[in-house]
Design a protein around this ligand. Sequence first.
Ligand code: G
Ligand code: G
Ligand code: MN
Length: 532
Amino acid sequence: MAGVLLLGLPAAVFNFWLNGMVERQAQEELDLAARRTIALTESRISRTIAILDELASRGVSSCEPAHLDALRQATFATAPVKELSVIASNGNTLCSSLGGMLERREVIASELMVKNGIVDLEVIRIGDNPGQIIRIKRWGGSKTNALAALISAELFVPQVSTHGGPVTAHALITTSGGTVVGQNGVLAQAANNENDYLTASLHSDHYALNATLSLPRASMVANQNDLRILGTIITGGFALIVFAFLLLLPKGETANPIVVIEKALKAGEFVPYYQPVVDIASGRLRGAEVLVRWRKPDGTIILPAAFIPLAESSGLILELTRALMRRVCKETADVLASRPQIKIGFNLSARHLADDEIVRDVSEIFKNSPLRLSQVVLEVTERQPLENLTEARRVIAALQGLGVWVAIDDVGTGHGGLSYILKLGVDMIKIDKMFVDSIGVDRNSNAIVETLVELAKNMRMEVVAEGVENFEQIAHLRNLGIQAAQGYVFAPPMPTSSFLQLVEAIDPLPKQGGEEQIAAMPADTGRRAHSA
Ligand code: G
Ligand code: G
Ligand code: MN
């Protein structure tokens, strides 16, 4: 009898403790997700407002041809904005960057967005389309017309999955007045009882917006049912094992994918693959971009899409990048130290630009290494919005101060547009495959790429075209004045040994002795955009 009591006790304690742990973890994830949701939304809105401000400051306010042109150009240069339009004081849309017939626009809700009182956020519907669209409307100074930007409401549908799994939390973005701006799915029936849900609510500091995330307690507990059943069975028979189980659990959590990544990091399972960057004027090798792969002990190779998002949201990306840089430095030093013109690019995440840690890491890893700081390129993607642009700029400047190059990656896909490139002050832009694919097919893309090349020239930035798959594209790129390219047409990302063989084959070292050495030296010994 006493034995049964003794055995029953751990089971109860176990359940109690398990519930508490699960709930704390879920609440933390939910809070984090709410912060990310608000940050993303804010950054989209502030970029959109910046575009409207910029147009207004150039005097764009009517439908005259020059103004319409400016609207069209701004739409092309800024991915999230679907359309820019001019709106009269009576609310009628006068004209839009899309041209043609204007469909009827019904305003479902309109609210003041910011304190200075000239920007409204509206939820509208166009014609008979069922979907909602977000309109950000900025009133002009003395003029009566307003400028407005339409953004697809999809961008405001929060993607809530802090742990890489399916979306289980419900997320809702509303205006302060309660109009729904975006949400994922619908809240289940049981919403009448608050206790059924864990929630996290956050109000934007800058705009009249709220984000509310809720997670049914039932779903949270369901994940742990297996554990609980296991616990019960074991307590029934083997008290000792229960005890061991309890001891192991706090640090175990083997099912937690973050822990799995941590282990893989320790085991050195994240390895660099290299994709060559080629000079399309001379045919020389310019360098390579490092693309990480997860090589499991059994030899399977896992692509970054499967683990980078989780590494980012968990913060492990800092450690992962550090490990990758160390490894690249060690593996390539022999071959690249004698080829200072060859540059190696690393992908950074938005998290890297939030503080100084990356500056310390880069300095520590490359300062006294055979691979020089001037051979390192850090690629900042345009896909992820940077939460703090001022800080990002400061970190970028500090990195450039060390002597490394900083590039904006995936240019054309993100939220940034031209203003982003200008603000961040980078040395290099990498034009996304999306544009490379449409060059020669779509005149607008040509115009955008021409603008980018011109801008790069003026700011002394290098341009690299990405995802180049055939020689026709190379011809187009040359005509546009682009010097460097990367893509399957040359080579896919490849493991270290193949890359080093390639370097030695296509970029043989000059024989000892003067003349050839000079001939083989790079033309671009690095006049940098930021050194001005
Ligand atoms: O080949 P590919 O599937 O390698 O890479 C897909 C994407 O994964 C790239 O566009 C890049 O944004 C991301 N990626 C690859 N390697 C890294 C890395 O080391 N760090 C980060 N942050 N992203 C990476
Ligand atoms: O970091 P970034 O998004 O630039 O990474 C480049 C991505 O594009 C990687 O996933 C890489 O494997 C992939 N890639 C590289 N060259 C080509 C190409 O020519 N075609 C296609 N479809 N993908 C490419
Ligand atoms: Mn990249």
